[in-house]
Design a protein. Structure first.
Ligand code: URA
Length: 241
């Protein structure tokens, strides 16, 4: 991680304050003053600020139940950030592994561990995301087959990966996809002549949403471990076409 990030993660300093200390030579890495904030350091390095050893706070891993009308961003924009809405401390240190649209509700995972979130979002992982979808029109009979075969979405060079549709009612379905393209679920249903009117994420990989809307909790050790592989997985979750 960057040296300025490490200093922030181990003190109450803002990024600007950390950068200032670093530029003054107040921070040493293994006994040597380092003045470049972007220098990569490891948690095992001995890092001092003005002679005091810094110890980074442990990574945080959270599940949020995102309400509609919030955005997956660290700052409030047209809509409030999901972090401010849920009153999460030091939210500027966190990022979201797989964003949802402002009008989408449900499971959001947040962390300050970039390696962990990369194991969720990198396309080659084919991490399964499960959505409950309400539609404006009855679900056509061939939808499941077309989703399984892959769809050509506008502006994309490749077909979508095989997706599984479970019809729960005339206008309600559960959809499992292994990609995370922009507005993917809405675009997939638009491609078969339907329209999403409500979208809710229930699951990411083995992690299922089990808290009330507008609340959050820390993930369990087992949930964190599900995406903790230190090296890229050699076994692919890629679904068969
Ligand atoms: N697909 C969408 O279209 N929107 C979301 O928020 C998530 C997946």
């Amino acid at each position: 991680m960057r040296l300025d990030k490490f200093v922030c993660k181990s003190t109450a300093l803002s990024k600007a304050e950390a950068t200032h200390h670093i530029s003054l030579g107040n921070v040493t890495v293994n006994g040597v003053a380092v003045v470049n904030s972007a220098t990569q350091v490891h948690e095992n390095n001995h890092i001092d600020l003005l002679g005091t050893k810094l110890v980074a706070r442990p990574f945080r891993y959270l599940m949020l139940h995102k309400p509609a009308g919030t955005i997956c961003s660290n700052i409030d924009e047209v809509y409030p950030s999901v972090f401010t809405q849920l009153a999460i401390e030091n939210a500027s240190e966190l990022h979201i592994a797989g964003r949802l649209d402002a009008d989408t509700t449900g499971l959001v995972l947040a962390t300050d561990d970039g390696r962990w979130s990369f194991n969720i979002i990198r396309p080659s992982q084919y991490c399964q995301k499960v959505y409950r979808v309400k539609l404006s029109h009855p679900i056509a009979e061939d939808t499941a087959t077309r989703f399984q075969q892959g769809l050509q979405l506008q502006g994309e060079s490749q077909l979508t990966q095989p997706a599984i549709v479970e019809v729960l009612g005339a206008r309600v379905a559960r959809l499992s996809i292994t990609e995370g393209k922009f507005h993917q679920v809405k675009r997939m249903f638009a491609a078969v002549g339907n329209r999403v009117v409500a979208l809710h994420r229930e699951q990411i990989g083995p992690i299922s949403l089990d808290i009330d809307e507008g609340s959050w909790r820390y993930l369990t050790e087992a949930e964190v471990a599900a995406f903790k592989a230190e090296t890229p997985q050699t076994v692919s979750n890629k679904p068969p076409r």
